[in-house]
Structures are given as C-alpha cells and as structure tokens.
Design a binder for this molecule. Structure first.
Ligand SMILES: Nc1nc2c(ncn2[C@@H]2O[C@H](COP(=O)(O)OP(=O)(O)OP(=O)(O)O)[C@@H](O)[C@H]2O)c(=O)[nH]1
Ligand SMILES: [Mg+2]
Length: 231
C-alpha cells in the first residue's frame, strides 16, 4: 500500500481543525443574526476601496462592522474605520490567508448581537484563502479590470470557493481595453451560472445593485433572527 506523504497529512489536519472552528463561527453568526460576507482577491484588486464604499452606504441603515487581514500594517483598518463602522485589523505575519481561528480571536469580547453585517477582507492572494472556511455566509471574489480577463482560468480554485464574482474598477475598463464578454465567459467557464456584479468604487457604478443583493441575501439567510431583532 502506498503511504501518503507526511506533508499532505499535516495539511489535511490543519484544514480539518479550521473547519471545526469555522463551523462553530457559522453557528454563532447564525444565532446572533449577523450576516457575514468575506472578500477574496489578488493584492490591490480593490477590496478595501469596495468595502469603504459598502460600509459608508450601508451604515445609515444597518449596523455594520469589518475585520481586515494583511501580513503587516493597520493601513486598511484605518481606511475602513473612516466610515464610522467598528473595524479590527488582523495581522498575519507570514501567513498568506486568514484562518477561522484568527477570526475567532479577533472577535473575542466583541458583542455581535447588534450587528446586521460583518465583512471580512481576506489577505490579498488568489491561492491560499480558497482552502480556508471562515464561517462566512457569503464569499465574494473580486477581480479588477486591470488584472486581465484570464485570471479565472489561471486561478480556478478561488472562483470555485466563492459564491459571487465582483468585477472592480469598471471606471478603468475602457482605458485598459477590458474585454467584458471574455471576462464573463472565463468566470463562467470555471463556474457556470456564477452571479457576476460589475462595480466601480470610485464612481459608485453598480454599487446599488450589489447592496440590494447583499440586503436580500441577508434577509433570505437570517429571516427568523432578523425579524426578532427588529421587533
Ligand atoms: N480607478 C479606480 N481605482 C480603484 C478602484 N478601487 C480601488 N482602486 C485603487 O486600487 C488600488 C488598490 O485598492 P485597494 O482597495 O487598496 O485594494 P485591496 O484589494 O484592498 O489591496 P490589498 O488589501 O493590498 O490586497 C488603490 O490605489 C485604489 O485607490 C476603483 O473602483 N477605480
Ligand atoms: Mg485591502
């Protein structure tokens, strides 16, 4: 009988451990009626710019908060905190993704009860984050027009691990000769029927559609708790 290499075994155990914590987080989020949305993308695709816009637009009507992961710096947390929403930075050191345990630690002593939405910005990376469940209800994969249309074909796993794709920086589409039809075809080649939104955080293009989608996804997933929060 062939033996599995030890590295594969260790990796399996890490992922199993992560899944157990993620399951606990998901249960906690569900019980507390907070709709958790995570964002994954390559570095610089516009996750923080997008979240700055989302937090600012949602906060007059909803209780929103964010966690943001980076290897180093508190820069993104500082940017997001300008929206007025509570924000915590997770610095991972050398780790190229967030893990459920990091999210759990960052949420310690945080009363999630009043929250409607919690957003989690993952470390900018198109590979590592795909394997780690964070207990989120919805995972968005962002891809910017400046990255080229072929990224879904080259990095299929991250598109497969996400629920919805968001094409960002649409205000730059013309300047970089972005081929929208090819980009959409490439996403759907990897993930047939994947829902795709096109946005610009700079101009606000497409944001209203996306916010409506987030609001309706939240209501669909937490109907009972949402109504009890409102009563
Ligand atoms: N023109 C334009 N620029 C954008 C848009 N969104 C983001 N940017 C710019 O793209 C750069 C990277 O944006 P960030 O929001 O920091 O990207 P990120 O994905 O959070 O980056 P990391 O956290 O480092 O992975 C910044 O210079 C932003 O100003 C957009 O919609 N239009
Ligand atoms: Mg960022």
């Amino acid at each position: 009988m062939t033996q599995e290499p030890r590295l594969v075994e260790v990796r399996k155990n890490i992922l199993k451990h992560n899944d157990v914590i993620a399951r606990g987080l998901r249960e906690r989020f569900r019980e507390q009626g907070v709709f958790v949305v995570s964002l994954v993308s390559s570095p610089g695709s516009g996750k923080t710019a997008f979240l700055e816009k989302v937090l600012t637009l949602l906060s007059p009507h909803h209780h929103v908060a964010a966690l943001v992961g980076d290897l180093a710096t508190e820069n993104d947390a500082e940017r997001l905190a300008r929206s007025g929403a509570p924000v915590r930075q997770i610095t991972t050191g050398t780790v190229c993704h967030l893990e459920a345990a990091m999210v759990q630690d960052a949420l310690e002593s945080w009363n999630l009860g009043p929250l409607d939405f919690l957003f989690i910005e993952n470390v900018g990376n198109l590979v590592c984050p795909s394997s780690y469940d964070l207990g989120e209800a919805l995972r968005l994969v962002l891809t910017s027009v400046t990255e080229g249309e072929d990224k879904p074909l080259k990095y299929p796993t991250i598109f497969n691990s996400a629920d919805v794709a968001v094409v960002t920086k649409m205000d730059l589409a013309h300047a970089v000769e972005f081929d929208e039809a090819t980009a959409v075809a490439n996403i759907r080649a990897v993930r047939p029927n994947m829902q795709i939104f096109k946005v610009s955080s700079k101009t606000g293009y497409g944001m209203e559609d996306l916010l409506n989608f987030l609001r309706s996804s939240r209501v669909g997933s937490t109907e009972v708790v949402v109504s009890s929060k409102r009563s």
